[in-house]
Design a protein around this ligand. Structure first.
Ligand code: NAD
Length: 248
């Protein structure tokens, strides 16, 4: 029997990452979850009894690298990395008051949503190479980054979030070709519209359900993007009415 495939998911303790973790576990994947917040560990353990959890910040390279290392050392391969951890803007540029000096801009959005993903891709490439050297058969490694529909729009209220997420589309455009040609790694990008998660529970709580994409669509898109169909560099919108490939 073939060994189970191995997924490492950042931001997997909640929302989209957790839903994808559950989907993959239901299909007998080995799932390793990296998240900065495991305060709900007992409930997470019940929801995903076969997953392994690491508490780490994607912005702390040593912590993130340690989680990759422990995953690889446990099962000797990593097949899929879901670079999904993200936050929204706590403030916008319009919040700056005429004080001297102004408070620092909320660059944690860039640090987590863009730099954290860059670190995750960098480590994924390294551990994919090790897995291949290790002689894993039928190896078909892939990375998905979670951007946002915001990356495809110009919403002035969330400029840093938009810049970071558009950066992930740019990563996909610039890096998916070389990653596939050099290492057979398929890099793709998800651009969800609104999905009901902790992230949207406050700001969007009064919106009707038809304004939200079902979280199952995100899981369906992930499943499609990691299926061995040879495609890479896809940018996919997840909308209330379905999953749409975007030509960027
Ligand atoms: P969520 O808040 O439910 O989950 C995000 C998870 O990421 C949390 O468990 C959080 O602890 C973790 N996380 C945040 N910063 C981290 C860090 N520095 N290191 C490690 N883990 C960290 O939100 P979600 O909606 O599931 O968001 C997942 C991704 O989807 C994010 O990148 C978000 O920007 C993106 N997204 C969400 C929506 C939406 O409507 N929910 C829409 C578009 C894009």
């Amino acid at each position: 029997m073939a060994a189970p495939r191995v997924a490492l998911i950042t931001g997997g303790a909640s929302g989209i990452g957790l839903a994808v973790a559950k989907r993959l576990l239901s299909q007998s994947w080995n799932v390793f979850i990296v998240d900065r917040n495991l305060t709900n560990a007992a409930s997470l353990g019940q929801q995903c009894p076969n997953a392994v959890f690491f508490e780490a910040q994607v912005t702390n390279y040593a912590e993130l690298a340690d989680a990759f290392d422990k995953t690889y050392n446990d099962v000797n391969r990593i097949d899929f990395v879901f670079a999904n951890a993200g936050i929204t803007d706590p403030r916008t540029f319009y919040d700056v008051q005429p004080t001297t000096p102004p408070p620092p801009p909320p660059l944690s959005v860039i640090d987590i949503n863009l730099k954290g993903v860059a670190s995750t891709i960098y480590l994924a490439q390294h551990y994919f190479r090790l897995s291949r050297q290790n002689g894993v058969s039928n190896y078909d490694p892939s990375i998905i980054v979670t951007a946002s529909i915001a990356a495809l729009m110009s919403e002035p209220s969330i400029p840093l979030y938009t810049a970071a997420k558009r950066g992930l589309v740019a990563f996909t455009q610039t890096m998916s070709g070389p990653l596939f040609e050099n290492d057979g790694i398929r890099l793709s990008c998800l651009c969800p519209g609104r999905v009901r998660t902790n992230m949207t529970s406050q700001a969007s709580r009064n919106l009707p359900d038809d304004k939200f994409a079902p979280i199952e669509y995100v899981c369906d898109a992930v499943e499609d993007l990691i299926s061995p169909n040879g495609m890479y560099g896809r940018v996919v919108k997840i909308m209330p009415d379905g999953i749409i490939d975007v030509d960027v």
